[in-house]
Ligand binder design. Structure first.
Ligand code: FO1
Length: 328
């Protein structure tokens, strides 16, 4: 890709819809928010990692995006809150509970309130919007559906629920297959469909294609609405030099029959995306990606800090704008 031109067209006026999972998605969403004026970014978030613990509904990806956009995220882990304490968890341990999932004291407030409001019949969309607003988040954060979906992984140790696999067992099991339990019955929300319809550009954040963006695309009506949209669709590869930037996406792509490479990511999203932003480490794969009818753009796709997020986000918007003025 030619060097980014900060004097290019003004992307500040665009309405962008981003699809995101957890930490990687949240980082690019933060960059996109910085590059767009308030109200112009909608982030549709994976909820198939959600689960119940001690009667509380935990939505890790929604919270990771919300805390990140609120400037409250733990900078070391990317999930949870900065400066968090774990006294409640320690007390649960004293009662003999298995404290494998690190719920912080302040984070618990989010789960308590969300669970209580869900039990009173409020939708996850409405609760998420309100919590985000209360934390001062400018963008719209939307769950992919208000209906529960659960990722269950087929492994040699048997079927594992996502957090069981990811946190409790430290991603050590080989994933042979993936099921999004409940997805066929999950309904798309009006908010997500409106967001897709109103977007000037759609961004697939550098999240795990199989278990983070896969569930969003599998919600009946959502994948179709995204495919039917004629606006530019740009994905950012979470695979750099054949390896996942974070988490098990590389191993999971390979073990589920895909390729752990930028080309593998392009093939995963082929037919949906117009362009793939990939790291310069993957130079040499461009012609294969072009053969999939996906335009490759090489850049530094690793986000170490906030300036990296903002730079990558501006490059994404620049590519989307370039595609929207492209003659047919
Ligand atoms: N990830 C971990 O690796 N270990 C944890 O103990 C953990 C706790 C946790 C608590 C709240 C929250 O919102 C997220 C948390 N995560 C933890 C992250 C999360 O489970 C995963 O990053 C995502 O589900 C994958 O996107």
């Amino acid at each position: 890709m030619p060097p980014f031109d900060p004097g290019g067209p003004d992307s500040g006026a665009m309405k962008v819809l981003a699809l995101a999972g957890g930490v990687g998605g949240a980082k690019l969403a933060a960059g996109l928010e910085a590059a767009l004026p308030g109200g112009d970014l909608t982030v549709v978030v994976n909820t198939a990692d959600d689960f119940d613990l001690w009667g509380l509904r935990i939505c890790p990806d929604l919270d990771t995006v919300m805390y990140t956009l609120a400037g409250l995220a733990n900078p070391e882990t990317g999930w949870g809150l900065a400066g968090e304490t774990f006294d409640s968890l320690e007390m649960l341990g004293r009662y003999g509970e298995d404290t494998w999932f690190w719920l912080g004291d302040r984070d618990l407030a989010t789960h308590l309130l969300r669970t209580s409001r869900l039990r009173s019949g409020e939708s996850l969309t409405s609760i998420t919007r309100d919590l985000g607003r209360r934390l001062g988040v400018r963008s719209e954060i939307l769950p992919m559906s208000d209906d529960p979906v659960a990722t269950v992984l087929d492994t040699p140790a048997g079927p594992l629920e996502f957090q069981e696999y990811f946190v409790r067992r430290g991603q050590r099991d080989e994933v042979r297959g993936v099921e999004f339990r409940g997805v066929d019955e999950a309904r798309p929300t009006r908010a997500v469909l409106d967001g897709i319809r109103e977007a000037d550009a759609i961004v697939l954040c550098p999240s795990n294609p199989v278990v983070s963006l896969g569930p969003i695309l599998a919600v009946p009506g959502v994948g179709d609405a995204l495919a039917a949209s004629s606006v530019p669709k740009v994905a950012v590869s979470p695979i750099v030099g054949g390896r996942a930037l974070k988490g098990p996406a590389d191993r999971m792509l390979s073990s589920t029959g895909h390729e752990s490479s930028a080309t593998g990511v392009a093939r995963f999203y082929a037919g949906l995306i117009d362009a793939l932003i990939m790291d310069a480490a993957d130079a040499g794969e461009e012609s294969e990606i072009e053969g999939l009818d996906v335009r490759p753009y090489l850049t530094d796709a690793v986000m170490h800090d906030e300036p990296d997020r903002a730079r990558l986000a501006r490059e994404v918007l620049d590519v989307a704008e370039g595609l929207s003025v492209r003659p047919e």
